[in-house]
Structure formats: structure tokens, C-alpha cells
Design a protein around this ligand. Structure first.
Ligand code: EPZ
Length: 418
């Protein structure tokens, strides 16, 4: 699984470029299945979740090629409607293929995605919506089989603005008959990116970024070239890395409008943020201020994917902070590890009470999930002596060059594959 070895005590200074967005590119890769031709991607992050998705696309007949940094996917021929189980168990977000394979073949079989360390992650909203679109669903022996002779557009009212369910219904509706209207749709920037990409391919979609998205089915899509947007969570992670080490960092290749709620919290902790066209400069105080209450919310609220990284700043802030994790039921796996490093945190259900201490001390800790793992690295940057973060594979799923980027800023982080 690999590990990161961090020598703490170095403040981060300098500038780095932010990678392409993991949570934007995964649904776009799935969407290529809807086009019987080639698709060209620029700025695609080279991370484990992308490689896993490419393996799935290859396994159903797509031809994948990298030409330097350009990723070319030829989905002219799709050879099977069955998504291999081993890949789904490895990455639950492969459920996003449900909509695109069904949209292309009118048939898809995929294993029920397991929960993961942050929660049970049900897909009831996905399946309920598909049934409303004339899709017959069999759920047997741990597999879901969806079949239809015609996908018919319908009015879908989500009980919760699920990101994955919104994406799956958009993908299902692109080549359907009629019009689909999604109410209470997720508004994350990754949804807007998916609409932009699909419309460039010839789909008829509008409303992404608002509560209501309308998709009018079309017959065919076409080959496009597309540049993946910057990763707002990686950008937020680096802002927290600077804040946790009293550093001064210029982040390049960011969409600052995607980071408003994160920037607000970083400023409330006493940091100074300057925004330019596609970059952000953060200057941080000697010691951060605590935050009374942070609630994770669907976009544009404070993102659940930034909760652990912010906690790694608050554990050394002056005063007591409270975090309420309202999205996932068990997204505090990093807390026990931070406590091993000397943090003072009490958990009560979905509430974490964090009493700031002057400094953490290095320890050997274990990542349990992607963002919690990144948070442990941030904690190690500001801690005394050495921190070892095990289970590095979790972190490699979403961060292309975390150690290299942090070392460019003056950190001392070593990745070891064994
Ligand atoms: C996406 O997951 C992201 N993953 C997650 O990022 C992110 O945390 C999440 O959205 C919320 O922003 C990708 O985009 C690949 P949801 P997704 O469906 O689509 C409940 C990371 O670290 N729910 O919006 O799975 C669910 O249990 C990852 O990059 C249902 O109850 O998120 C959860 O409590 C982690 N029924 C809440 O909704 C459903 O049918 C949010 O889930 C679907 C979801």
C-alpha cells in the first residue's frame, strides 16, 4: 500500500500548479461511452482512480491511448454490457458507468458498489430515477442488471441533491427519447463541467449549476477535444497545507469561484487571500484562529471533501472549533490518528469538537480514505519530528503529485512504495 514519510517543521513557500479534477474527469470518462468515436482529453490527472476507470473502459471494448499528456479514448466499439466486478469493488464511483453504458446499449450489468470507509453510500436515488425512465432493474446476487427497449424522458425529483445520481441520470437521458427534467439536482461544479462536455459532444442539456437540469434526448454524439477543469479539492488541500505551516503559497491553475466556501473558512482562520485570474495567493499567520462551527453542505456550501484537511489546521489553532459532518455518516476516520499525534478532539456522532494545541508531534499513522489520508500528511507537515502515513494508496487515488508538489514548496515528504 506504500507510505509517506514526513519531516515536520518546514513552512511552505513558493508556487505550484493545481492538477485536473478527479471528480470532474471520472464522469467525463464514463460519458465517452455514449459517443461511437474518439474523445481527446487535456489536463487529465494521472491518478489511480483514472487508471481504474480506464481499465474498465478497456474491459468493455474501448481503445485507450496516451499521446504525451493527451488522453485519447476510442469508444467506437463496445463489446459487452457487463462491468467487471473487481473494478467496481476497487472504486465505487465506477457506478457512474451505469448511465452511460445503459444509454449506449440499453442494457448494463454492474456489481452493487460496496460502501467505503466514509459511509454506506447507497444508490437508491439512482435506481428510483431509472425506473421512472422505463428501465427495468433486477437486483440479484449482488449485481444490478438494467435493461430497456427505450429510455423515455421523465420528471425526476431527487429527495437529496446527490452528485452521482444527478450525473447518472444526465448520462442516461442524453440519447433517450423525450425530455428529462431533474429537480433538486446537485449543483457542484463537476455537474456543470459534465453538461459543458456533453453539450460540446452534441447533447442538449441546460440548467447545470441550478436546482433544475433539463435534458432533451438526441440521436448521436460526436468526437470532441476537452480540457479538464482544475481540481477544487486539491487546491483547497494545498491552501490548508500552507495554513498548517504558517506559509505563503501561490496556487496556479485554479477556478477561484469553485473555492468560495473554502476560501471563506481559510480567511476566518486568520489567513490573507489574494485572488487573481486563475491563481490564488495565501499568506498565513503564525498561529491560526479557531472556527466556532463548520457544517459540511452540498455545493456551494463548505465541501465534505475538505472537512478532514480543515481539521488538520484547526487542531493547532488558538481556541476550540466544532465541525458537523452532515453528508457522510462516518467521515471522521482520520480523528483517531490525529489524536495519536497529540490532537485534542472529541467526537459525538457527526460532531467533532476540536480544542487547539500549540503543536502536534510526529507519529506512525494510517490513512483510511483519500481525504483523511491527505489530512494526515498536512498534520505531519506542521508536527514536530517525523510522521509516517501508511496506506498511501488511498491518497494516490486522487492526488497526482502530492509529495513532489509539497517538496517544491519546501516540505520534506518522501514517498515509499513498500
Ligand atoms: C461525490 O460522491 C464525490 N465523488 C465525493 O468525493 C463527494 O464527497 C460527494 O460527491 C459529495 O460531494 C465523486 O464525484 C467521484 P452523493 P457521490 O451521491 O456521488 C447519499 C472524494 O473524496 N446518497 O452526493 O457518491 C449518500 O449516502 C469523494 O473525492 C443516498 O442516500 O456523493 C451521501 O450521504 C468522496 N442515496 C450523500 O447522499 C443515493 O442514491 C452524498 O452522496 C445517493 C447518495
Amino acid at each position: 500500500m506504500g507510505k509517506y514519510i514526513i519531516e515536520g517543521g518546514y513552512s511552505l513557500n513558493g508556487e505550484i500548479k493545481v492538477q485536473g479534477s478527479k471528480n470532474a474527469v471520472l464522469p467525463l470518462l464514463a460519458a465517452t461511452v455514449l459517443n461511437e468515436g474518439k474523445t481527446y482529453f487535456y489536463n487529465c490527472p494521472k491518478i489511480l482512480d483514472v487508471y481504474n476507470m480506464l481499465n474498465i473502459l478497456k474491459s468493455i471494448g474501448c481503445v485507450i491511448k496516451w499521446e504525451d499528456d493527451v488522453l485519447i479514448i476510442d469508444s467506437s466499439v463496445i463489446t459487452t454490457h457487463v462491468i467487471p466486478e473487481k473494478y467496481v469493488q476497487r472504486m465505487r464511483s465506477s457506478i457512474i458507468l451505469l448511465g452511460s453504458v445503459l444509454g449506449r446499449l440499453k442494457n448494463v450489468k454492474i456489481s452493487f458498489p460496496g460502501g467505503c470507509s466514509i459511509g454506506t453510500r447507497p444508490i437508491d436515488l439512482h435506481l428510483k430515477a431509472l425506473k421512472q425512465m422505463n428501465v427495468d432493474i433486477k437486483d440479484r446476487h449482488g449485481f444490478i442488471e438494467c435493461r430497456t427497449n427505450k429510455i423515455i424522458g421523465n420528471k425526476i425529483n431527487f429527495d437529496y441533491p446527490s452528485v452521482g445520481a444527478t450525473e447518472n441520470i444526465m448520462l442516461t437521458a442524453v440519447l433517450s427519447d423525450g425530455i428529462t427534467i431533474i429537480n433538486n439536482a446537485a449543483k457542484e461544479p463537476e455537474i456543470t463541467e459534465l453538461q459543458e462536455f456533453l453539450c460540446k459532444m452534441g447533447a442538449k442539456i441546460k440548467g447545470a449549476g441550478t436546482d433544475t437540469i433539463t435534458i432533451e434526448g438526441v440521436k448521436k454524439l460526436k468526437t470532441v477535444e476537452y480540457r479538464i477543469m482544475p481540481d477544487r479539492i486539491v487546491a483547497g488541500t494545498y491552501l490548508c497545507a500552507a495554513a498548517a505551516t504558517s506559509g505563503e503559497v501561490l496556487l496556479k491553475n485554479v477556478c477561484k469561484n469553485h473555492l468560495i466556501s473554502t476560501i471563506t473558512k481559510i480567511e476566518e482562520m486568520g489567513c490573507n487571500i489574494k485572488e487573481y485570474d486563475d491563481s490564488i495567493l495565501v499568506k498565513t499567520p503564525k498561529r491560526l484562529k479557531s472556527l466556532d462551527l463548520i457544517r459540511t453542505q452540498p455545493y456551494p456550501g463548505f465541501p465534505t471533501d475538505m472537512q478532514a484537511q480543515l481539521m488538520s489546521c484547526l487542531v493547532i489553532a488558538r481556541g476550540t472549533s466544532i465541525i458537523a459532518e452532515t453528508i457522510f455518516e462516518s467521515r471522521f476516520k482520520h480523528v483517531s490518528e490525529l489524536v495519536r499525534m497529540g490532537a485534542d478532539i472529541i467526537i459525538d456522532g457527526r460532531i467533532a469538537v476540536i480544542k487547539g494545541v500549540p503543536k502536534l508531534n510526529g507519529a506512525e499513522v494510517f490513512a483510511e480514505d483519500l481525504r483523511g489520508g491527505a489530512a494526515l500528511i498536512l498534520a505531519g507537515l506542521g508536527a514536530e519530528e517525523t510522521t509516517i502515513v501508511n496506506n498511501a494508496n488511498h491518497i494516490l487515488r486522487g492526488y497526482e503529485n502530492l509529495d513532489k508538489d509539497l517538496n517544491t514548496l519546501g516540505a520534506k515528504v518522501k514517498y515509499s512504495p513498500d
